[in-house]
Ligand binder design. Structure first.
Ligand code: SF4
Length: 357
């Protein structure tokens, strides 16, 4: 059993979803709506009829295969839960011999946990691409959070890394999940993930879909996973995606969710459609908008403060709450302002006064 758990835990490793640290090969500390909790993160099976070029579990690969039965996995989870080792479950799966059959096993496992064992804690379920649309509803009824991974930003890109995944069907399932969220299900939200650099996509390609997913689907979060080419996969010889590219996408994602305008965010890209390595998107955007700087900390509104590199939403709010009594340089530091980044964008006269205090 332990061997199987290790195989299927490691098989689930490529999903980034809100994990902050790895405690062992199958337990991860994760950020959930209820705070940080240890999750059992595991696949139902690593048998897969699909051929995703970045994935070690693709059908052709000669890897040790293993599968859980729903009752077996739910018992195992409850054992770990009762021993205090995990507080929730992240359950994904290879597509087995058919994605709908694999999805049925995911649903049965969650159903056993909810109904037989009365587990009412956190369960994150994957909706498998290609599984029947009618399975979205039970997934939404059973799970705290649901996700389906796009992996690539368009059908054109997805077809470069998988001959079987269908971008439009993934979008259909995504919209279906949204439908049930609007009815009050899946309070923990809906997420997706991109494998960055696997399909020849640019950052702008990802950004275009990201905007739609946040605006039209109201996704809770999008995760970005830099491609790490694995031995024995078709992408083995492909250069790995540098981790800074993944980080730049997360930084852009934050700016989008902070309410930066499309035309501002467009300034973050270079002429080829990538986010530069040399500086983060917020600094790139600020340097291309010299007309809004320097900002007067004493009077600037929240939106303007947020445009200053080194000032985030929390610090912008703290500045507004505290500035009526005057703000000293040390106060800005204590509020969390990154002074090295912020000072070049703050009104000079004020800066001098800050320094002379
Ligand atoms: S569907 Fe693709 S990513 Fe998922 S297990 Fe199969 S080959 Fe891997």
């Amino acid at each position: 059993m332990e061997k199987k758990l290790k195989i299927l835990g490691m098989g689930a490793a490529q999903d980034a979803c809100s994990f902050v640290s790895k405690l062992n090969s199958f337990i991860y500390l994760a950020a959930t709506p209820g705070g940080y909790i240890p999750l059992l993160k595991v696949l139902m099976t690593n048998v897969c009829c699909n051929d995703c070029a970045y994935c070690i579990n693709r059908a052709e690969n000669k890897v040790i295969r293993a599968s859980f039965k729903p009752l077996e996995l739910s018992r195992l989870f409850m054992d770990l839960y009762e021993r205090g080792l995990v507080k929730g479950l992240f359950l994904s799966s290879g597509n087995g011999i058919d994605p709908s059959l694999a999805m049925e096993d995911i649903l049965k496992t969650a159903e056993i946990l909810r109904k037989k064992y009365k587990f009412n804690g956190y369960i994150h379920l994957k909706v498998l691409p290609g599984s029947r649309l009618e399975y979205v509803r039970p997934a939404c009824e059973l799970a705290s959070r649901v996700s389906i991974n796009f992996e690539a930003p368009s059908q054109r890109h997805l077809s470069r890394i998988s001959s079987k995944k269908d971008f439009y069907k993934i979008m259909q399932s995504t919209i279906e999940i949204k439908k049930y969220r609007e009815k009050g299900l899946v309070a923990g939200g809906q997420t997706t993930q991109f494998v960055v650099g696997a399909s020849g996509e640019t950052d702008r390609d990802i950004f275009e879909l990201m905007k739609r997913l946040y605006r039209e689907i109201k996704l809770t979060r999008i995760y970005f996973e830099a491609l790490r080419p694995l031995k024995g996969t078709p992408l083995e010889g492909h250069p790995p995606t540098p981790i800074w590219r993944q980080n730049r996408l997360y930084q852009l994602d934050f700016l989008f969710r902070y309410g930066f305008l499309d035309e501002e965010l467009a300034l973050a890209f270079d002429e080829r459609g990538y986010l530069p390595k040399e500086r983060d998107p917020k600094l790139t955007i600020a340097l291309k908008q010299p007309h809004i700087f320097p900002v007067d900390i004493k009077s600037a509104d929240y939106k303007t403060l947020l445009r200053v590199p080194g000032i985030g939403p929390k610090t912008a709010r703290k500045i507004i709450e505290n500035r009526k009594n005057g703000i000293r340089i040390d106060d800005l530091k204590k509020m969390g302002v990154n002074l090295r980044r912020a000072l070049p964008f703050i009104k000079q006269g004020y800066q001098r006064r800050l320094f002379s205090i």
